[in-house]
Design a protein around this ligand. Structure first.
Ligand SMILES: Cc1ncc(COP(=O)(O)O)c(C=O)c1O
Length: 422
C-alpha cells in the first residue's frame, strides 16, 4: 500500500467537514487543484471559443491542454479522439443519434442487466427508432457477474453494437471488457463502454481494450460536472454528428456543438493534474510495472490509478468484513475475498427490518453519507427483485476514505441492527 490517506485528505477542502463521505459513486469531492483551475479560468481567461484576442486564445489553450490530459488518462492515441460534453448521459444520447443513422431494421444490439440506464435507454431508443432487435445479457444473481456464456449465443453477424459497463455503479462488479470487445469484434460489432464507475478506481487503457467508444464523467473522479467520450478516430470521422451548420466539421469539435463548460473543462484538467501528481508521489512498484510502456503524464496517471486500485482493494476487504459482521445484513454482489480484483469498492446491501431510505437516513444522522434506491441502475434492482421495496443502500469508497471510517460504519450499523426503526 503506497497511498497515505491522511495526506491525501488534506488536499480535499470538503473533507474537513465532520462527515464520512461514502457517496462517491454518486459524485466525488474535489481537490484544491480543481478549485484553483476553475477559479483561475474564470478570473483570467473567461471567454468564448475561437476569438482573435488574448483571453479567447488562452481559453482555447486550456481546453486543448485538458483534451491532451484526458487522452493521457485514457491512453487514447490522440486528443482529437476526446469529446467533452455536459455529462455521460448527454454524450451517449447524442452519439447514439449519430450511430442510429448507420443501423437498419433487423440489426441487433446487446445491452446488459448490469448497466446503469444511461448505457441502456439510449440503445433501446435507437432500437425503437430503427427497428433493431435488443438482446439483454443477464448476470448471475448470486455474485452479480455477467453471464458470459450467454454472450456467445447472442452475438451473430447481425450484431452491430454491444453496450457494456466497465464497473457496476450498483454492485461494483468489474466486467471483462477486453474479452467482450474481442468477441464483439469477431462478430463485426462495435463496443460502447461506460467507464463512469471504473474511472475513479483503476487505470483505463482504451488501446489495450480496443473498444470503439468509452465514456467517463469527471465528477466521479475528483473533477467537476463534465463528461468526456473517447471514440476511435475512424468512427468519429465517419459518423455524421447532429450539429449546427457553422460548427466545425471535424472531430472532436463536430460532436461538441453549443458552448462548452470551459471553466468545468479547466477543472477537469485540475483533476488530472492532481492525479498525475499523486502518481508521481506514489511511484515505486507501480512505476516499474508501467515504465516500459508509458512515459511522462501517461505514466504518472497510470501510477496514480494503480496505487489507488491497490489501496482500495485492501479497503474493500475491510468494508466487506465490517458489513458481514452485522446481523441481518445482506450484501449483493461479489464478496469472495480472493476475487476482490473483480470489483470496485462500491457495495450495496439491505438490512432486515429496514427500508433502504430509513437506513440511509439513520446513517445520515450519524454523519455517514450513503445512497439508497436504484441509482438509475434500474435493470439491476429489478433483476435482484428489490426495486419495488426501495432498492438497496450503497456504500462507495474512494481513495480518500480510511479504514477508520469503515470501522465507524460497522459500529453504527451494528447499533442500528439492534433497533428497528420506529
Ligand atoms: C455507471 C454510470 N454510468 C453513467 C452514469 C451517468 O453519468 P452522468 O451523470 O455523467 O450522465 C452514472 C451516474 O451515476 C453511472 O454511475
Amino acid at each position: 500500500m503506497t497511498l497515505d490517506p491522511q495526506s491525501i485528505r488534506k488536499d480535499f477542502p470538503a473533507l474537513a467537514a465532520e462527515a464520512i463521505f461514502f457517496d462517491s459513486p454518486g459524485g466525488t469531492q474535489v481537490p484544491n487543484r480543481v478549485v484553483e483551475r476553475i477559479s483561475r479560468y474564470l478570473t483570467t481567461t473567461n471567454a468564448n471559443h475561437g476569438g482573435a484576442f488574448v483571453t479567447s486564445r488562452a481559453s482555447d489553450e486550456v481546453v486543448a491542454e485538458a483534451r491532451r490530459a484526458m487522452a493521457d488518462f485514457l491512453n487514447a492515441p490522440s486528443p482529437a479522439e476526446i469529446v467533452f460534453g455536459p455529462n455521460m448521459t448527454t454524450l451517449t444520447l447524442s452519439l447514439s443519434r449519430a450511430l442510429a443513422r448507420t443501423l437498419n431494421p433487423g440489426d441487433e444490439i446487446v445491452v446488459t442487466h448490469l448497466d446503469h440506464d444511461a448505457n441502456i435507454a439510449p440503445w433501446l431508443l435507437v432500437a425503437e427508432d430503427r427497428g433493431c432487435t435488443v438482446h439483454w445479457l443477464d448476470f448471475d444473481v448470486e455474485d452479480c457477474t455477467l453471464r458470459m456464456d450467454q454472450l456467445e449465443t447472442m452475438l451473430s453477424k447481425r450484431t452491430r453494437l454491444v453496450a457494456v459497463g466497465y464497473a457496476s455503479n450498483a454492485v461494483g462488479t468489474i466486467n471483462p471488457v477486453a474479452q467482450i470487445v474481442e468477441r464483439a469484434h469477431q462478430a463485426g460489432a462495435l463496443v460502447y463502454v461506460d467507464a463512469v464507475q471504473y474511472a475513479p478506481h483503476g487505470p483505463i487503457d482504451v488501446q489495450a481494450l480496443d473498444c470503439d467508444f468509452l465514456v467517463v464523467s469527471a465528477y466521479k473522479f475528483f473533477g467537476p460536472h463534465v463528461g468526456a467520450l473517447y471514440g476511435k478516430r475512424e468512427h468519429l470521422e465517419r459518423l455524421r454528428a447532429y450539429k449546427v451548420r457553422p460548427a466545425p466539421e471535424e472531430p472532436p469539435e463536430k460532436f461538441e456543438t453549443g458552448t462548452q463548460n470551459f471553466e468545468g473543462i479547466a477543472g477537469v484538467l485540475g483533476a488530472l493534474e492532481y492525479l498525475a501528481e499523486l502518481g508521481r508521489r506514489s511511484g515505486g512498484e507501480h512505476a516499474e510495472r508501467y515504465a516500459a510502456d508509458f512515459e511522462g503524464r501517461r505514466l504518472r496517471l497510470k501510477q496514480a490509478m494503480a496505487a489507488i486500485r491497490s489501496y482500495e482493494m485492501d479497503l474493500s476487504g475491510a468494508l466487506l468484513d465490517a458489513l458481514e459482521a452485522v446481523p441481518g445484513l445482506r450484501v449483493y454482489g461479489l464478496t469472495e475475498r480472493s476475487k476482490l480484483d473483480r470489483r470496485v469498492p462500491t457495495v450495496s446491501f439491505r438490512m432486515e427490518g429496514w427500508h433502504p431510505r430509513q437506513l440511509a437516513e439513520a446513517l445520515a444522522e450519524a454523519g455517514i453519507y450513503v445512497w439508497d434506491g436504484n441509482y438509475y441502475a434500474l435493470a439491476v434492482t429489478e433483476r435482484l427483485g428489490v426495486e419495488a421495496s426501495g432498492g438497496m443502500v450503497r456504500v462507495g469508497l474512494a481513495h480518500y476514505n480510511t479504514r477508520e471510517e469503515v470501522r465507524r460504519l460497522g459500529e453504527v450499523l451494528q447499533a442500528l441492527a439492534r433497533r428497528r426503526p420506529g
